[in-house]
Design a protein around this ligand. Structure first.
Ligand SMILES: Cc1ncc(COP(=O)(O)O)c(C=O)c1O
Length: 381
């Protein structure tokens, strides 16, 4: 008989029914449930204001029904020729690769930086010496933000479009550079949850307008466009955010700052406790994890797969959930890899061998934290 899991990996925190009610009442009164209704517009406006306070340049933003579709439509809106080669990190969630494939392009699976676990401009430059690349889709892995100034310099130097998959990066990833586009997730497990949902933000209003059109089947809704309103301007899909999801997103935004403080403080405190029981040099953290404003996951990097397996076994025996996030690596996932260009990925492979996702959620009790800390202590003894 397997041990029942008593410490889950994560516990989503969504707004209470009471917090949703005012928004649901507005929706009910307006009888507007989808198709760019007032709540979606308000959410877009409030998000835009948040991003504007971190940028000296004007920005444009549109909501979508998920980050996966946001990525797919952002790639479609770039108008790259079919089967263009899009560089992505091999260490990422499957949606990064499937979005590239569904947009009709070829993922080029590249390596990441060994400290930050990110595909950086430096790793992208190295990848470009080994394969032809037409665009880059870096990932803000586990919410660790990218240096958008460095990506802007990369874009200026190479002329390659860059779209950041910032699915887990709300509150940490800003577009403080002169150019840039990023896609965020509002899935229930993310730091700004709407249940399902996402948004795209960019310095390029034409790109955002195109993504919005594609999210509405491709129908033109812009009176200023050359096509009449209501005419199909492109072959899109239905990726609109509903008013129900916008209601949850708005309520989540109302209490975001307080929740983020709690997440950040408790994540840092738990990391400190775990570090304290680990002999020197036996565990490492993703560089930049301290800059994540509202962490939702906790990953420990152990020295090798033997130590990782040992931690997993001990946790399993004690009812503590673990997960090998982003694994197997994209290059080892046959369904995807057979359609990709696979570059050598020594850093991503080394990270994957030692990485173990362990429980983290703001409501973790002292008893639950003690159990995790002693599991690590015993695994490294
Ligand atoms: C890196 C990354 N990209 C994309 C996604 C997909 O986001 P969504 O669930 O909003 O489609 C996720 C979801 O966890 C993710 O981690």
């Amino acid at each position: 008989m397997s041990t029942p899991i008593s410490i889950p990996l994560l516990v989503p925190e969504l707004p209470s029914p009471q917090a949703l009610l005012p928004y649901l009442e507005r929706m009910h009164a307006a009888q507007h449930y989808s198709n760019f209704g007032p709540l979606v517009k308000e959410l877009e406006q409030r998000l835009l204001e948040r991003f504007a306070s971190h940028s000296s340049e004007p920005l444009a933003l549109c909501t979508v029904s998920s980050a996966t579709l946001g990525l797919e439509l952002a790639l479609a809106a770039l108008n790259l020729p079919p089967r263009s080669r899009v560089l992505i990190p091999s260490l990422t969630f499957v949606a990064t690769a499937t979005a590239v494939l569904r947009a009709g392009h070829i993922p080029v699976l590249g390596d990441v930086d060994g400290d930050s676990w990110l595909l950086t401009p430096a790793t992208a430059r190295a990848a470009a010496t080994e394969a032809d690349i037409d665009a880059v889709l870096p990932v803000a892995a586990f919410g660790v933000p990218h240096d958008m100034g460095a990506w802007h310099a990369f874009h200026e130097e190479t002329d390659l479009p860059v779209v950041v998959d910032a699915a887990a990066g709300y509150g940490s990833q800003w577009l403080d550079a002169v150019s840039g586009t990023a896609v965020f997730s509002m899935h229930a497990t993310k730091s700004l949850p709407a249940g399902e949902g996402g948004f795209v933000i960019s310095r390029d209003p034409a790109l955002v307008s195109k993504i919005q059109q594609l999210s509405n089947f491709g129908i033109n809704l812009n009176p200023g466009a050359s096509l009449p309103v209501g005419v199909l301007g492109s072959v899109g899909t239905n990726a609109k955010m509903s008013e129900y999801h916008a209601a949850v997103g708005l309520a989540a935004l109302d209490c975001w700052a307080e929740g983020a403080d709690r997440r950040r403080d408790r994540h840092a405190a738990l990391r400190t406790r775990l570090q304290a029981v680990a002999p020197p040099g036996t565990i490492r953290w993703q560089a930049g994890i301290g800059a994540v404003a509202a962490p939702t996951l906790l990953c420990i990097r152990l020295l090798d797969s033997r130590q990782r397996d040992r931690l997993e076994r001990i946790c399993a025996a004690r009812g503590i959930a673990t997960r090998r996030w982003y694994q197997p690596l994209m290059a080892r996932m046959l369904t995807v890899a057979s359609h990709c260009v696979c570059l050598p990925t020594p850093e991503a492979t080394s990270i994957a061998y030692g990485m173990c996702g362990v429980p983290f959620f703001p409501g973790m009790t002292d008893v639950q934290q003690d159990a995790l800390v002693s599991a690590l202590e015993d695994a490294l003894a």
